[in-house]
Design a binder for this molecule. Structure first.
Ligand code: DAH
Length: 340
């Protein structure tokens, strides 16, 4: 019987060495130590063993059973560790890798500035909205008080699809979508890419970026507009920035303004960038036209609001002193690699 036990143990050792996963290990355990397994049989048969041998066989049996149990647990630990090691080797991260030597990308400068401005606005309680690049004539023009025969359409020629859809010419379309969903009072911004038929030059591109803003509530007036703009600009430029409003015409606002900031390069003294006037045109804006509020399902008798459009590319160009807008969409890694 002792021989039988020893033989079983040898067989067990051979098998456990070949075990490759937890499932095999569990079946091996059942096979040798399970209720219907040979060890149980042998120990059950102990009572038939001659009394003088019983103690020795019993001890040997227990010893082997314990040996098997310990070997199974040890193998289990090994398998667990192997799984962890494999995970580590597949998901490793070299923390000593020098970023400058790597080819890891970074955010595009337009995204950097856009996210920064989003943060400033959200800290002022604004919600960030998104809208589609492919728009309907309604959202891009009609609802913004620009009917089909309006001359303002000439300045925003765009790309038309056969079904009448267009590439949006401005983020103002997001205003309308926003008004449809929100109930006043609300403050929203809508950043994004816009498209126009342009002959590209240093300051014009067929695709560029804007950030639209809109505030609607009771008794909203021009002083709210100016204060919001001043706060925004001092956050962006990290200092107080002088602003001035000039009249400007946009069908979706009344009155409409051009907001200029004092030239940040010459502090308003006059230089080549501001063409010696000391001011830079940055943000068209105005009080939302009652017709526009109506298209958004808002009662103009009860509510008023202001809106503005920020040219993101121009801000990026001023911030990083980029002299040609065409760099932004060039896809040239020698350009974008500088902003990592
Ligand atoms: N959508 C205008 C454009 O692209 C910019 C603009 C002007 C937006 C006045 C506004 C605004 O919200 O009030 O030329």
């Amino acid at each position: 019987m002792i021989d039988q036990l020893n033989q079983l143990y040898e067989e067990f050792k051979e098998k456990i060495a070949a075990v490759e996963d937890m499932q095999q290990l569990d079946s091996l355990k059942t096979l040798f130590l399970g209720k219907k397994g040979p060890m149980t049989d042998i120990l059950k048969g102990l009572k038939d063993v001659a009394p003088d041998m019983r103690k020795e066989v019993g001890m040997k049996g227990n010893e082997i059973k314990q040996g098997m149990t310990a070997a199974i647990e040890a193998r289990r630990d090994e398998l667990k560790q192997a799984a962890i090691n494999e995970k580590i080797s597949n998901e490793w991260l070299d923390v000593t890798l020098n970023e400058a030597d790597s080819n890891v990308g970074g955010l595009h400068p337009v995204s950097v500035v856009q996210y920064e401005i989003e943060d400033i606005f959200t800290s002022m309680g604004f919600t960030v909205l998104d809208g589609p690049h492919i728009e309907t004539d309604y959202y891009n023009f009609e609802a913004l008080n620009i009917p089909a025969d309006h001359p303002a359409r000439d300045m925003q020629d765009t790309f038309y699809f056969e079904n009448g859809a267009i590439l949006r010419t401005h983020t103002s379309a997001i205003q309308v979508r926003g008004m449809e969903k929100a109930t006043p009072p609300f403050k929203v911004i809508g950043p994004g890419k816009v498209f126009r038929v342009e002959r590209p030059d240093a300051t014009h591109e067929a695709a560029f970026h804007q950030l639209e803003g809109m505030v609607v509530g009771e008794d909203i007036n021009v002083s709210h507009l100016i204060n919001t703009m001043k706060t925004l600009l001092s956050e962006i430029f990290k200092r107080d920035v002088d602003v001035r409003l000039r009249p400007g015409f946009f069908p979706f606002v009344e009155p409409g303004f051009e907001l200029d900031i004092s030239c940040q390069l010459c502090n308003g003294k006059g230089c080549s960038v501001c063409k010696n006037v000391g001011w830079i045109e940055l943000m068209p804006c105005g009080m939302v036209h009652p017709n526009v509020l109506k298209s958004g399902g808002i009662d103009p008798e009860k509510y008023s609001g202001f809106a503005f459009g920020l040219g993101l590319d121009r801000l990026v160009m001023m911030r990083y002193k980029i002299e040609d807008i065409r760099h932004l969409h060039s896809g040239d890694i020698r350009f974008s690699g500088k902003f990592k």
